[in-house]
Structure formats: C-alpha cells, structure tokens
Design a protein around this ligand. Structure first.
Ligand SMILES: [Zn+2]
Length: 341
C-alpha cells in the first residue's frame, strides 16, 4: 500500500529526574509528545484539493473541544482536564478543532478507545485507510503502558480534516499529581503555536515552527509553567523554583553546543530546559506580548526570521549568540532576576 506503519511520532521523552528542590521523591518534569511529521505517513498518496475560502485555521472559535475518555478514566480526571483546558483557552484564545483523548492505565480500555479513535478518524477524513490508524506506532495502549501527554497535529495535504488532538494519559503524570496541570497547559500552548501556521505543506510548517525542540518546547514550557504558577492554590515562588531547576541543564551542555542544534533524542532535555530559558531571555529583552501575541501574529505572513527581527529587534542568530555567550555565563542569581515577578 505504500504507507508507513508508524506515524513517526517524534518522542519528546518522558524525563524522570530527581528534583530535591521541588519534591522529595521522584519528580517527573515534562512529558510531551508531538507528531511533527504529521503527513509523512501519507506521502505516497495523491494530494487533496482544498477550498481555502472555507478554511478557518488559525481563527479563534466558539466551538468547544470534544472530550473522549477510556472507561477507566475517572470523572474527576475528565473534569480537571476540562477545567485546565478552559484556563488555557481563556488566556490564549480558543483554537480548534480540538479533541482531547484521555487514556487510563487499563490496556483493554485503551484498546477500545483506540477503536473509537480510528472510527472517528475515518469519519472525519474518509480518504485515510482505517488500517493506517489501527496500525499506528504510538497508540493509546502505549499511552496506557508508558503514560505521558502529547499533541498530535493533523494538518496536511492528504487528510480532509485538520485539527489538534491532545492525549493525556493517567501516569507520568497522573491526574492526581499537580504536574498534570502545567503539562496540560504546555500541550495547549502547542495548539496555540500550531494554529498560527496555516500551510498544509510539511516543510513549510517546519520552517515556520523550527524543527528542533528549543523553540516550540521552550515556548510551551515557559508559557505553560507561567500560567500554572498564577493559578489559585499554587504556592508563591513556584515559577522561580521550576526555572531554577532547569538551570541545572547548563552543566550538561557540551562546550560549543548550542540549543538550536539539539534535535529530539538523548539531549532533548537540554533543549527543553534551556529553550525555556531562551524564551525567558527573549521576553526579558522584549515583552510577553511581543512573544506570545505579536510574533505569532506576524509569523505566517513574514516568516520566522522576519517576524523575529520585527518583534524582538534582532536576528534569531544574534539573540542566540547573546544567550549562549553572555546570558548563560551569568550567575544563577542574575539569571533568575530576569523572570517576571
Ligand atoms: Zn511539548
């Protein structure tokens, strides 16, 4: 058939680390999966023709997301997911179409949810053969076994339906852990980022989003943790603690290694942590508005580099130079001083 079995989901790795500053025990930092290569499994198919006048990609919508859950997911977990989705959408805008898929720990229930998922995919994109979905590599059974969270983006030339799918599993983190909340906000910020890129062309999307994790992950992690830190019940100083912990990755950066050159893989954690710091640095040099609103507003028309220059006042290369050469060698105290109070 010429289809690849695997959806080539790029794994952003579940990172388990000891974090004595925040938790006494094993703490799971950031878990995220994103399907970047969202159309590569279909590349031998003929491209569809789209009527772009009907295309509302990137516009905020009144339409609520759809929520689907495996049988063993508790009503409390579903309610918490809805509550945090609402917080994200109220702060950053409601983008869609969006589906939430909540997976529990029971593999049979996850398998049943997989069937429901594939039936819906076929219904929304009739041109996609059902076996492609059923045989996909990272399915809900994997989520039941391994946990984590992820965004799967569907926006390509081969599927009728464009949209976002956020999967939240029931461990790493569990909905009963506080970490579930910033992880959910992190995933939703990926929706926000991807909603601001209109093209269906894979390589054009990659150019606008940047292929390596420093940019998208740094932004999602910064915005997700910052928004979480402002929620009721979150202890004062939370954001600073999380950011301070991320500074530990500096020592693992090899001499001359730069965050923008780190791909998904063994070193991705460095790109996550220091990418988050790069966004903090960028916002310190400009403003949160310049990053979160203006850059993304101009991204589609101007492209990454021109939007960067317009909104941050220098080329991305010059900013990355300063980040590596000046900012990273400052004391931790000086670094932490740039964070919003
Ligand atoms: Zn992510």
């Amino acid at each position: 058939m010429g289809f690849r079995k695997d959806e080539r989901v790029y794994i952003f790795i579940c990172i388990k680390e000891l974090n004595p500053m925040i938790h006494k025990y094993l703490f799971i930092l950031v878990l995220s999966l994103i399907s970047i290569c969202n159309s590569c499994a279909f590349e031998n198919r003929e491209e569809l023709v789209f009527d772009d006048s009907l295309d509302t990609w990137g516009e905020t919508t009144e339409i609520e997301p759809e929520f689907y859950a495996a049988e063993d997911v508790s009503p409390e977990a579903i309610a918490l997911t809805k509550q945090y989705y609402k917080i994200a959408a109220e702060n950053w805008g409601n983008y869609g179409p969006l589906e939430f898929w909540l997976v529990g720990k029971n593999e049979d229930a996850a398998s049943k949810l997989d069937k429901e998922y594939c039936a819906l995919r076929t219904q929304k994109s009739p041109g996609i053969p059902a076996e492609h979905c059923i045989n996909r590599g990272h399915n809900f059974v994997t989520y039941a076994k391994e946990g984590n969270a992820g965004l799967n983006l569907r926006r390509n030339n081969y599927e009728e339906w464009s949209g976002f799918l956020i999967t939240m599993a029931s461990k790493n983190p569990s909905p009963t852990e506080d970490d579930y909340k910033p992880v959910l906000l992190h995933e939703y910020f990926h929706v926000y980022q991807q909603a601001h890129i209109y093209t269906r062309d894979e390589s054009e999307r990659e150019e606008l989003a940047k292929k390596n994790p420093w940019w998208l992950e740094g932004g999602a992690e910064y915005m997700g943790q910052l928004l979480y830190s402002k929620q009721e019940g979150v202890k004062g100083g939370y954001f600073k603690e999380v950011m301070e912990w991320k500074l530990q990755s500096i020592k693992d950066l090899r001499k001359g290694q730069r965050i923008e050159d780190i791909p998904y893989g063994p070193d991705a954690r460095l790109a996550y942590d220091l990418g988050t710091w790069f966004i903090a640095f960028l916002i310190h040099k400009s403003s949160e508005e310049a990053y979160r609103v203006d850059f993304f507003q101009d991204l589609n028309d101007l492209g990454f580099e021109e939007s960067f220059k317009k909104n941050f006042g220098s080329s991305s290369e010059a900013m990355l130079d300063e980040f590596h050469e000046v900012f990273l060698s400052m004391s931790n105290q000086e670094k932490l001083a740039i964070l919003p109070q």
